[in-house]
Design a protein around this ligand. Structure first.
Ligand code: ADP
Ligand code: MG
Length: 401
């Protein structure tokens, strides 16, 4: 069921209204509480501007980090509110509390044209337990609820799902809508050939994604350490590579059932360890030396995967091809990012999901060259697994457009 979005609210439903916006401003901070990556802050701006243009009064809720249900200055949203103000070129107010009388007063006194950010929702004990009392208290801060926090939608928390019990309308923001559209369309009606690329360190976290995507895709290209668990299932030696011994049987079953759709690397970039990039070298997949680990896909694989991507109409990528944090083990991942950018120019729909994969694409400077980079790591994985997201389910159902 499609969800109602902020674009389906009438101007009367927004003008002068206090609009409670659940955003995902969960950004990394350094030791001095400076924002080190403002991608998620930027991504929240279109919805806020949309609301301001219609004379609404946005009041923003978000979590940040894992403060365990009590205030912790390390995780204050204050620096985030400041950066949001700089990026929007306007004054953004900040209130140090969320559900208290002070927040209530501030939410009532905010005037049209202002944005107010409230303190970290995870400073409140009832947030992660989805305490109905907190959901109700939060709902009192607004007249309308907009959930734009796709990255937090897989959690049934007070500020994502619980609050919706007490406030209507409750609709999706522009970012949430975009995320659901891209991922939803790719799963429901992908243009073929549909190619997925899966990598990362562990097969165990991605089994459900593999199971969900495998019947839909024309090819599933495997990279990352995950490939080594498949190699072992084929009877190959993998040296000191990261292998999940207890998943080898499952990998074998997947290979048996998938036919030729699961594609594994032909070659590997190996080294004694990540600390020895100077002696990295490529070997065939059946020649991984006993004392060395596969730390990236090899050059031949990068080339053949790039060709498969070039022929695709829909591409979903989750999980880096190697230890991309340390060159030269970033080569395979960069090759995939470039192939995605190229095929996007030719009209394919290309989607990147997963925190590390998104970071890799940004590192390559190609975040704007693919169709969509999902801002939600865990949430996009759960969506790709076919699971319902509680933060989305709780919103109003939409009319067909
Ligand atoms: P995402 O966040 O995009 O879902 P994951 O969290 O599943 O991706 O995996 C990312 C991690 O996998 C990275 O830290 C990367 O270094 C690691 N990784 C990728 N390939 C290998 C490999 N061959 N050996 C060890 N670690 C790997
Ligand atoms: Mg990750």
């Amino acid at each position: 069921m499609k969800k109602r979005t902020v674009r389906q609210l009438s101007d009367d439903e927004l003008r002068d209204k206090r609009v409670l916006v659940r955003a995902d401003l969960n950004v990394p901070l350094d030791d001095h509480c400076e924002v080190t990556d403002d991608t998620r802050i930027r991504a929240s701006i279109p919805t806020l501007r949309y609301l301001l243009e219609r004379g609404a009064r946005p009041i923003v809720l978000s979590h940040l980090g894992r403060p365990k249900g009590k205030p912790d200055p390390k995780y204050s949203l204050q620096p985030v509110a400041k950066r949001l103000g700089e990026l929007m070129g306007m004054k953004v107010g900040f209130v140090e509390t969320t559900d208290t009388d002070e927040a209530m007063k501030c939410s009532n006194s905010i005037s049209t044209g202002e944005v107010l950010v409230l303190e970290n929702t995870r400073f409140l004990g009832g947030e992660e337990t989805n305490d109905p009392r907190l959901g109700r208290a939060l709902s009192a801060l607004g007249d309308v609820f907009v959930n734009d926090a796709f990255g937090a939608a897989h959690r049934a928390h007070a500020s994502t799902a619980g609050v919706c019990e007490y406030i209507r309308p409750a609709v999706a923001g522009l970012l949430m809508e975009r995320e659901l559209d891209y991922l939803g369309r790719a799963l429901a009606s992908p243009a073929h050939p549909f190619v997925s690329i899966l990598g990362g360190s562990k097969i165990s976290g991605k089994i459900d994604v593999i199971a969900q995507l495998l019947p839909k895709v024309d090819a599933m290209l495997i990279g990352g350490a995950m490939a080594c668990t498949f190699f072992r299932a084929m009877g190959l030696e993998t040296g000191t590579s990261l292998v999940e011994e207890d998943r080898i049987g499952m990998a074998r079953e997947l290979l048996d059932s998938a036919g030729t759709r699961i594609i594994l690397p032909h070659d590997a970039l190996v080294a004694p360890s990540v600390e020895r990039p100077d002696v990295a070298h490529a070997v065939a997949r059946n020649a991984i030396p006993a004392g060395e680990a596969m730390l990236d896909i090899g050059p031949r694989t990068a080339e053949s995967y790039s060709r498969a991507i070039a022929a695709a109409k829909t591409v979903i990528w989750n999980g880096p091809m190697g230890v991309f944090e340390t060159p030269p083990f970033d080569k395979g991942t960069l090759a995939i990012a470039h192939a995605m950018a190229e095929v996007t120019k030719r009209g394919a729909v290309t989607i990147v999901g997963g925190g590390d994969s998104a970071a890799a694409v940004a590192q390559a400077g190609l975040a704007d060259s693919v169709s969509h980079v999902s801002t939600g790591g865990g949430a996009s994985l759960e969506f790709l697994e076919g699971k319902a997201l509680p933060g989305v389910e709780a919103l109003d159902d939409g009319e067909a457009e």
